[in-house]
Design a protein. Structure first.
Ligand code: NAD
Length: 278
């Protein structure tokens, strides 16, 4: 049976450290501040934003949500970002995605100052990651690496397979694994014979967005299986990995819920603290 890598437990441990660090910063007169901008009424986004705000409160970070109407123009949203860019009290700015269709995500994300880009989506941060320089890392991939490091997973020379090539998960986690000397394969919707790749993975990351997509026959015995997926099935949240059968084969596995998602929020807090320190 696979060892379960609990993001819930790990994020709770980390939260205690983060709260201490925030308290120390406050003694020096620094209060880390995060603003989340939410445009429209997307129900999943509302939940994510609420969870982020709660985590900020727990560690003592100043946090604020700016809610804008669905029909807000791109210009108006950019004005809000410009104001926050020049607000010294605010260290982190996060625009909750997805944005309404009439707004160009990239125009908006590129407007956030890279040093306040706590989601790590700005091309300046992506470029630094690509070239192996220290940067603000996107929260989900950063959280995955934190979890695997905590479990003392060895990366050097291992075969890592990432399913999914999005800018927010697939590509950056592939780059982080490469930077740690894994041999990395990125699979995606046009990959043929997917299981031929996954069966050779010592580390398998699933970021697809399809419930139970990774089945036991696709997994190498003893592999580290990281499930990034968040899928709603009959009112329940499930990952991309068929958890029970895959647990029989894998050496390590992250559960959904209580896995990668928890670490994502922890890393948002971490990035905000790091931005405040910088
Ligand atoms: P996305 O839709 O941008 O990307 C999905 C990827 O899956 C694509 O690159 C696509 O090529 C690949 N894919 C689709 N069908 C495939 C197939 N049949 N075979 C192989 N690859 C296939 O999604 P995303 O933003 O990367 O998110 C992926 C999942 O992770 C979603 O469920 C999302 O909700 C979840 N997610 C979770 C967290 C978290 O904190 N846990 C954070 C971000 C995203």
């Amino acid at each position: 049976m696979a060892k379960i890598l609990s993001g819930k437990e790990l994020s709770e441990k980390l939260l205690i450290k983060q709260a201490e660090e925030v308290a120390q910063l406050k003694q020096k007169g620094i209060v880390p501040g995060l603003v989340v901008i939410l445009v429209g009424e997307d129900p999943a986004s509302q939940i994510y934003v609420r969870n982020k705000m709660r985590a900020c409160e727990k560690v003592g970070i100043y946090s604020e949500t700016i809610r804008l109407e669905e029909n807000t123009s791109e210009e108006k949203l950019i004005e809000v970002i410009d104001r926050l860019n020049s607000d010294e009290k605010i260290n982190g700015i996060l625009v909750q995605l997805p944005l309404p269709r009439h707004i160009d995500d990239q125009n908006v994300l590129m407007r956030i100052l890279p040093e306040k880009d706590v989601d790590g989506f700005h091309i300046a941060n992506a470029g630094k990651l690509f070239t192996g320089q220290k940067s603000m890392l996107p929260c989900t991939p950063k959280g995955i690496m934190y979890m695997l490091d905590d479990a003392k997973i060895v990366f050097e020379g291992k075969n890592a397979v990432v399913i999914g090539r999005s800018n927010i998960v697939g590509k950056p986690i592939a780059m982080l694994l490469l930077n740690r000397n894994c041999t990395v394969t990125i699979c995606h919707s046009r990959t043929q014979n997917l299981s031929e790749f996954t069966k050779h993975a010592d580390i398998l990351v699933a970021a697809v967005g399809k419930a139970k997509f990774v089945t036991a026959d696709m997994v190498k015995k003893g592999a580290v299986v990281v499930d990034v997926g968040i899928n709603r099935v009959d009112g329940k949240v499930v990952g991309d990995v068929d958890f029970e059968p895959v647990s029989e084969v894998a050496g390590y596995i992250t559960p959904v819920p209580g896995g990668v998602g928890k670490m994502t929020i922890s890393m948002l807090i971490q990035n905000t603290i790091e931005a405040a320190k910088a």
